[in-house]
Structures are given as C-alpha cells and as structure tokens.
Design a protein around this ligand. Structure first.
Ligand code: F6P
Length: 487
C-alpha cells in the first residue's frame, strides 16, 4: 500500500473524515441539461452534517454509477470526496462480497451467502482505496469515522498508514453470532480489520458481545467485557449505539399543511377505506414483505378483514437490482400481489396497492400519517428506521405499529405489537389485534414509543458515539471534536 503524506493530498486536510460506501448525495439532471447533486434523504446525513460543519469535515464515498472524472466538491456546505467505482468493482465488491456474501451472512443467513475468492480480493482492493483516500485527506491527529459492512477492513489499513489518527467504526447492520460468522473463509481478516479502530460501534449490545467473543476465539486476544487488549498495548472498545432518526424533523414535516392535504388526496384516491395498513421497505429479502402480505391476504380470505373496509399499501423501494436474489424476490412479490388482488380485490378496489418506487421525505410523511396500522416485519434488521419514522409522525399519539422482534428497533419500541415474522398465525393475530384496537389502547402504546423516539434522536446517537470515541484517549494527541450547536 502506498505511503500517503498527510496534509498534502488535494491541498486540503480535514479534522474529521467520514468514510462510507455511499456519498450522501444523488446525481440529478438539472432543467438546463447539466448534471448536479441532491442531498439524499437518509438519516445518517442529518446526523453527521452538523458534526461535519462544526469540525471542518469531509465525507468520502461512492456516488453510485461508474463516472470516472469526479473531483472533490462542496454541496450544501459539506465537503465531499467522491470515490469512483469500475464496473468490475461494482460487480465484485458492491454486488458481490458486500451484498452477496456479507449482507445475507450478517442477516442470519436469511438468504444464502456466496463465498467467492475473486469477490474477496476485490473487497480488499476497494477497502484499500478507501483507506488511502482517507489517509490522504485526514489532518494530523484527525478523527476518522468509518461506516458499515462494506468497509470493515478500512480501520486496520488506515491505522497502518496513519497511526496518528483516532479511528471509529460503526456497523449499521447486525453483527452475527459466532456460529454463523465462522462460515466466512476470511473471518480472521475481517475481525483484524475492525480491530484497527479505537471504538467499534454496533446497533445492539448483542452485536458487540458477538464481536468480542469472536475476537477472543478466533484472533486470541484477551478481552474483558467490551474491551479488547491487543498485544501492542492498544485497547479497542466495542459498544452499542442504537441509531435513530431526525424525530423533530419528521414531526415538523408531518405537521405541514401540504402534507396534510396530500394525506387526504391519497386517502380519496384509495377510495376512503376505513383503515389503511402500510409497509415501507427497500425491496430486500430480509424485510419479510412476502410473509406479511400473505398474512394480510389470509385474514381477508377468512373474512376477518373486508376489502371494502381496509387496504394494504406496500411501498417497495427498488434496491440492488443487479443481484440475483433481489430479482427473484421482485418476481415473487409481483406474482403474490397479482394473486392477492385477483382473489380479494373488487373493481376499483385492489386489496394491495403496490408501489415499486422511492419517494421524497414529504410523500413518506404523508404515507405515515395515512397509516392506521404500520407493518414492519423483517426477519432480521440492524435497526429499522421506518418504524421510528412512523412513530415520529404520529403527533396525535394514534396509529398502531406491528413490529418484528428481530428488528433492532424492537429493543426500544416495546409497546408495538411485537411479532415473530416466521410465525404466520402469530402475525395474523397481531395484525388483527392492531386493526381492531381501540383508541385508548393505541394512544397508550404510541405515547410511550413517541417519548422514546423523540428523546433518542439521531443527533444524540452521533454525539454519543463521538463522545465515547474522544473520551477513549482523554486529552490525547488528537484533534478536539466540537459539538454542533443545538437546533
Ligand atoms: O444500512 C445498510 C445499508 O447497506 C447502508 O449501508 C446503505 O446506505 C443502505 O443500506 C442502502 O443500500 P445500498 O447502498 O446498497 O443501496
């Protein structure tokens, strides 16, 4: 790996470097035919943008696509350093090792992980490129925060080139139990990659425990509760930081008159059913969309729910469409929706309104406001921010949330109707209970969940991670991280 001199690359260096597979912007075509950028609607950017602004930060990531002539640029006051990706890297690093190996393995093998040596080699080389880029942009003693499963080797690679840096890593998806993780032919390399960080953050305490246990068993380092002791005297801390959303922002959006108007327009377009069920997911096999629609259809077939009274709106955001398992899933859902509507729909009244599309935040807020029963039933999910977004928009403390026990969010949203998504009968019972629940019951549950979500928002999450990271070295030789002003 090439040695990189700090402070020299691109003529600028930064005290805070965010490294994520994706940049927080999408390509857009302007009216005059020129190309520009639009901030993507994710929660991560909401959390990190203020910290970046307060600390002279830069965000390194891939903007999608295969453009090669990408220069660092400023957008919305953020410094962005785009990474290019060749078609081979997209195929073998992104679609292959990241989403064909790690994604299914880390999600309890809900899909079958594939292990290919070429994919692994490409994962190593792309991680190397990210590490080198970060090394080149980080000022002396800077803080680097690396995100997610696509970049687990970056902490160690970066530390090798730049031992002066303070490095944090956060995993947005679950970290699997040892019994599954040890399938990986490259398990030791991945663990060592993560151990390059000073702090490794997980969604839930279970993820941190799985990691520490694996480090002890597979790498042989001494550990004590959440701390790993490396032979060179360095310590690595593993802990949980459950991610959240911009709760206030979502509530403000939901209260907008334009959103309220949109809610009424959609309700009318749906034919004014008495109740509306809603599912919102990336079209991913971990999300349990198929089973939830089947459960709903069975309730209709058994006469518990009539299509004149209730409909199901399922938003499925297109995702990773070049990956085989995602194509198969799309075909399966298309077929199922067709069958359910054929069996239970009437003229002008389909039972399932299926939308294979992505929508801006405002439209999503309108969907959430519309939903009497929000159905979030993944087989495994790191957190699931949709569940939290729904709760944030229900400012009248109404609406029912049916939530999988296997979503990280279930740890916090205990008052949801919790379900095991593998148990169709259990899921049917919960859907029916939520559908029939009276206002007192839904209010009692929603009030408690809203308290949780508003008190633990994404800004608090970013602050908690940063504080833990900077506390580790006390007044060590690193740059100070300034807290952004409260909004
Ligand atoms: O949190 C999981 C995650 O893979 C993120 O890293 C990513 O931004 C999001 O889901 C969407 O996935 P993708 O970047 O593959 O479109």
């Amino acid at each position: 790996m090439a040695a990189v001199t700090p402070d020299k690359v691109d003529g600028v260096s930064y005290d805070l470097v965010i490294v994520a597979n994706r940049l927080p912007v999408d390509r857009v075509e302007n009216a005059d035919g020129t190309r520009g950028w639009r901030t993507s609607p994710g929660g991560l950017v909401t959390a990190i943008e203020p910290v970046m602004r307060a600390n002279h930060g830069v965000w390194i990531g891939w903007p999608g696509g295969t453009e090669t002539d990408l220069e660092p640029f400023e957008h919305d006051g953020m410094s962005l350093a785009p990474m290019t990706m060749t078609p081979e890297e997209i195929e073998e690093f992104y679609e292959g090792f990241s989403n064909g190996t790690l994604w299914p393995l880390y999600h309890d093998v809900v899909g079958k992980p594939e292990y290919h040596r070429e994919w692994w080699e490409r994962y190593v080389s792309v991680n190397e490129r990210f590490a080198e880029k970060a090394a080149g942009l980080a000022a002396k003693g800077a803080t680097v925060w690396v995100h997610d499963y696509q970049l687990q080797l970056v902490p160690e690679m970066l530390r090798r080139i730049r031992p002066d840096l303070r490095i944090g890593f956060y995993l947005h998806i679950p970290f699997p139990p040892a019994e599954l993780f040890q399938q990986l032919p490259w398990r030791r390399q991945l663990l060592e990659g993560l151990l390059g960080a000073d702090l490794v953050g997980f969604q839930l305490p279970g993820g941190a425990q799985n990691f520490v246990r694996l480090v002890r068993q597979r790498v042989g380092h001494r550990t004590q509760s959440g701390t790993v002791f490396l032979p060179d005297g360095r310590e690595v801390r593993a802990a949980a930081f459950p991610i959240s959303i911009d709760a206030k922002g979502f509530e403000e959006l939901a209260r907008k008159p334009a959103v309220e108007k949109r809610v009424e327009a959609i309700r009318t377009a749906l034919g004014n059913p008495k109740k509306i069920f809603l599912g919102v997911d990336r079209l991913d096999y971990t999300k349990g969309i198929y089973a939830r629609l089947r459960a709903f259809a069975e309730l209709m077939g058994e006469g518990h729910i009539d299509v004149e009274d209730a409909v199901f709106v399922q938003v499925a955001v297109p995702s990773r469409e070049q990956v085989e398992q995602y194509r198969i899933l799309r075909d399966d859902i298309d077929r199922l929706v067709g069958r359910i509507n054929g069996d239970h729909g009437r003229i002008g009244r389909p039972a399932i309104h299926y939308l294979h599309n992505s929508y801006p935040r405002e439209e999503m807020a309108a969907f959430y406001r519309l939903a009497d029963v929000m159905v979030v039933t993944p087989y495994r999910d790191g957190m699931n921010l949709v569940a939290k977004e729904y709760v944030a928009t229900r400012y009248e403390d109404d609406g029912a949330l049916v939530l999988s026990e296997f979503a990280g969010a279930a740890d916090e949203l205990r008052q949801a109707w919790l379900v095991n998504p593998y148990d169709i009968n259990g899921m049917k019972a919960a859907l029916l209970e939520a559908y029939r629940a009276d206002d007192r019951e839904t209010t009692r549950r929603m009030r408690a969940m809203r308290r949780q979500v508003t008190q633990h928002d994404v800004v608090a999450w970013a602050e908690a991670f940063m504080t833990s990271l900077t506390d580790l070295d006390g007044d060590g030789p690193h740059s100070t991280i300034v807290k952004p002003p409260k909004r």
